[in-house]
Design a protein around this ligand. Structure first.
Ligand SMILES: [Zn+2]
Length: 90
């Protein structure tokens, strides 16, 4: 399978996680595109490219993520996932 273009095969990276008791801590987080596998399927690559185009199109129209989600009748989280090429699960 192709190497994940988001993490370049690193499978994830350091991310800031905010804990109530400890504050912000740097922790390893699995890459959200390849889910920590370092590889992606052709389908995932195609979905990511489609999402990028959707995002570029929305930004060219000067429409916010919030407004676009409202227009499409979906949540901001859903639209964000679509634009990032991630699978969205409620
Ligand atoms: Zn990845």
């Amino acid at each position: 399978m192709p190497v994940c273009p988001d993490c370049n095969g690193a499978k994830g990276g350091q991310a800031l996680v905010n804990y109530r008791d400890r504050g912000c801590v740097l922790e390893w987080a699995d890459c959200s595109l390849c889910k920590g596998s370092g590889e992606v399927s052709d389908d995932t690559l195609a979905r990511r490219e489609e999402g990028r185009q959707r995002r570029a199109d929305r930004i060219a129209r000067h429409v916010s993520l919030h407004t676009e989600a409202e227009t499409l009748g979906i949540t901001v989280a859903e639209l964000s996932a679509i634009e990032m090429g991630r699978e969205y699960r409620q």
